[in-house]
Design a protein around this ligand. Structure first.
Ligand SMILES: [Zn+2]
Length: 431
């Protein structure tokens, strides 16, 4: 891709970060936002709001191929898991499927304003070429111009094999992480699925390479299984296994006590809220206001298509805002937007993402707020969430590159991505 320089002018408002807004002109070079005029293209964005690119802190991109799957809605986790597993087995998870599903999920994200997505990949069939699966996922993001955090997950995998595969993936992909477009992390699915050995071995690999760690905890099933298996709640187990530490991000956290919130805050972990998964799965609502009040950095994620059929982070920001008063004080639109920006980015250890301060990476979205869905809106920044559900950005820029222009992908044809995934899934049906 060509290095680009952009002058973006005429915006009604520029959201710099959760608490700072500006008007005027934004100057972006390939390296990020600068405070001086640049050459290159000028884009007029009259009637629009500019925000930082959104960061989806928790996705399972493979599940984009398995949305609204019969038998996965309105069922308990003990039914959901084998139904999904059977679908994976039937389709045959390999590099080709990982690439096609990731391309669809990443494209959907870019078209809805997500410039960085963390893909917690949990499905590694026996004998699969795990490096090829990870590489194919990274290739999908690179081809579209989006940033990817590939989280080498584990779910009931053999601990030694999982650790060896993680090391191989890191060795293969680490050279591709230098420009910040790809990041690697590790993450067992949770104490309900993975053993102490897996958590410890994954932590060793992470420490060796300086990677972040990510896991999931305190959905209902996780709590029930931890109590049954270990006689402890999941956070006690994670603490004992050395996973309540800075550099760890925990998704879901629906069922947490006041004492656990204080403990999470003291430990330095960060959190990811995923209401678009937690609500339909019946897991409850994470007490986000209380987590934030305790000083915990909270990001936002969609989770995957197996539980949340839309990888639309702004829609889930709206949902987070709407359900917050059911479990505590309301959360303001700007705060939830902040979770989808810097909240997610800081959990990934990426302070250059999720804001548009001078020196930031230059990932941004241009939202047209001049249509009827925003007419009469007194506060257009709050309106980004409150008004026009399912809105899409007109333009999206990643590292100074326009990757979505006038609601269309720049580096791929949307229909071609859909067709590739459809063909790959149907090919399996005929076997
Ligand atoms: Zn999840």
């Amino acid at each position: 891709m060509l290095l680009n320089m952009l002058t973006i002018t005429g915006a009604e408002k520029i959201v710099i970060d959760e608490t700072t807004e500006a008007t005027g002109t934004l100057h972006v070079e390939a390296g990020g936002v600068v405070d001086h005029p640049v050459h290159g293209e000028t884009i007029d964005v009259s009637g629009c709001i500019i925000t930082p690119g959104l960061v989806n802190a928790h996705h399972h991109l493979l599940q984009s191929a398995f949305r609204t799957l019969p038998g996965t809605r309105g069922v308990v986790m003990s039914e959901w898991l084998p139904t999904m597993a059977a679908a994976y087995a039937r389709a045959g998870v390999d590099a080709e499927l990982a690439n096609a599903a990731a391309a669809v999920g990443i494209a959907e994200g870019l078209l809805s304003g997500v410039t960085t997505v963390a893909d917690h990949h949990l499905t590694w069939p026996a004998g699969a070429d795990t490096v090829a699966i990870a590489t194919a996922t990274a290739d999908a993001a690179a081809a579209l111009g989006g940033r990817l955090v590939f989280v080498r997950g584990s779910a009931r995998d053999d601990p030694q094999e999982a650790a060896a595969s993680t090391e191989e993936i890191i060795t293969a992909l680490l050279p591709r992480t230098v420009d910040g477009m790809l990041q690697l992390a590790v993450g067992p699915a949770g104490v309900h699925s993975d053993s102490r050995e897996t958590f410890e071995l994954m932590a060793e690999v992470a420490a060796k390479h300086g990677l972040r760690r990510r896991t999931q905890a305190n959905e209902q099933v996780d709590v029930a299984i931890a109590l049954e298996r270990y006689g402890m709640r999941p956070l006690d187990v994670l603490d004992e296994w050395g996973w309540l530490e800075p550099g760890v991000t925990i998704a879901h956290l629906c069922d947490v006590t006041d004492g656990e919130i204080a403990r999470l805050a003291a430990s330095g972990v960060t959190a990811t809220h995923a209401p678009g998964c937690d609500l339909p799965m019946g897991w409850g609502i994470a007490p986000v206001a209380a987590l934030r009040a305790a000083g915990i950095t909270v990001g936002l994620g969609t989770s995957g298509g197996g539980s949340n059929d839309a990888g639309h982070l702004l829609a889930d920001a709206r949902l987070a805002m709407q359900v917050a008063p059911l479990v505590g004080p309301p959360i303001a639109a700007r705060q939830v937007l902040g979770m989808a920006m810097a909240g997610s980015a800081l959990g990934l250890g990426r302070p250059e993402l999720g804001n548009l301060r001078v020196g930031s990476a230059g990932d941004l979205c241009v939202w047209d707020v001049s249509g009827v869905a925003d007419a009469g809106v007194a506060d257009p920044v709050a309106g980004l969430l409150w008004a026009s559900p399912g809105r899409r950005p007109r333009h999206v820029v990643v590292a100074g590159q326009v990757v979505v222009r006038d609601y269309q992908l720049v580096y791929a044809d949307e229909r071609t991505l859909v067709e590739s995934l459809r063909r790959r899934l149907h090919q399996q049906d005929r076997l």
